[in-house]
Ligand binder design. Sequence first.
Ligand code: ADP
Ligand code: MG
Length: 477
Amino acid sequence: MRKKHERIWENCLKVIKDNIPTQSYKTWFEPIKSVKLEKSVLTIQVPSQFFYEWLEEHYINLLRKTIKSELGPEGRLEYSIIMDNRNNRNPYSIKYPTTKRKETGNPSVNMPININNGSSREIPNPFIIPGLQKIKINSQLNENYCFENFVPGECNSLARSAGFAIADSPGTAFNPFLIHSKVGLGKTHLAHAIGLEVKERYPDKTVLYVTSEQFTNQYVEAANNNNRNDFINFYQMIDVLIIDDIQFFANKEKTQEAFFHIFNHLHQNNKQLILTSDRPPVEMTNLNERLLSRFKWGLSASLGVPDIKTRIQIINKKLYKDGINEMPKKVVEYLAMSIDTNVRELEGAMISLMAQSSLNKKEITMEMARSLIDDFVKNTKREISIDFIQKVVADFFGLTINEIQSKTRKREIVQARQLAMYFSKKYTKSSLTTIGQQLGKKDHATVLHACRTVNNLLETDKQFRSSVQELEKRIRL
Ligand code: ADP
Ligand code: MG
């Protein structure tokens, strides 16, 4: 006899299966186990924190709907996370209310609006004079998103150093600080890191992280209840205010206006503002001019796509943090090479791989990685990048990327490097200087020389020609 919670979860899975691609279902839903059902709360067990975050971010609506259709309007889901982390073996669970009811005093990450720490979620009395009485709030910061876990690289060097400077003396340097980038490149992570660091250095400062959606919802609720002033007063008491994804303020005139008041007050009182957005200020056409002009007072820094070395470090850091050391080096390089757009996807691929291996009780192999990556990138026809070429060339000659980039004059390594330069010139739009930079910090003359050498050899050396053709096939695959 199946237990009731198992049957309920199986029913949910049937619906979910019909609504998402098979690969996603396999990756994200098959590893889940149902644990128990208490009243209308179904607890499911997920393999890691990341897994939980991924589900929340990508499937929360679907989960909410299916849970409610199985358990009625009171139906809720609770996650139990198995921590395979060396440092923290305690399993803990995170509550996610799938009803609109707000939880309070909950230690969770990613919680919906839950500003006060105590049992009441009232916005403090507007007559409290700011500064005289410190308010205690839940900062909504995720401890995992700390500086220590944020891998430095050229892609983030300005933003990261500015972040440190701000954490060191909030409200004085770079105010407001705007972090912008495409999705999945670390804006949220960096914003949390600054908040956490401020709390560490200045325990008395009130730090608050909110998403712009939370901010907007709170505002709307406050306005509906005639509490607009309370809302504004509350925010004006924060020392470091972090608002994530402010592009969502677009076209929300009233919310922007409230934010404008809060912004001015905080700025005048040397309180720090940290904002993130998926685009630079010049492209925020749907934000009020007054607000946009304020952004120019501070610093805006972008996060770029990490280069291959940084991507490898990010994977290794994550593996280390999760206490996993059985991922072969080749597989790590392969993942980093194949997924070169976005850190979140990189992490997603990694997690799928680990999930697959633990499900099938098999060690992670190159084959497994290849077939996973094939599924992952099949539909997104990739542009051939220097990183990609470099990796294919390295594989072809049985070298590592570090060897290709090293200063060595060993013949076979020099030749591999020259071929990587030749193909980069042929297949990417990058300049000779860029190619040289990425392939061992060489100058443009070296790249030019490499291209000439390869061309000469192609004309004169038959054996060379046939192996270059073989290599070229792999690059164009
Ligand atoms: P964004 O807010 O720009 O969409 P996130 O901050 O959510 O991106 O980052 C996506 C994932 O990538 C997160 O899990 C984050 O920890 C990770 N990540 C991004 N950049 C780095 C980095 N430099 N070092 C380590 N992890 C990173
Ligand atoms: Mg984000």
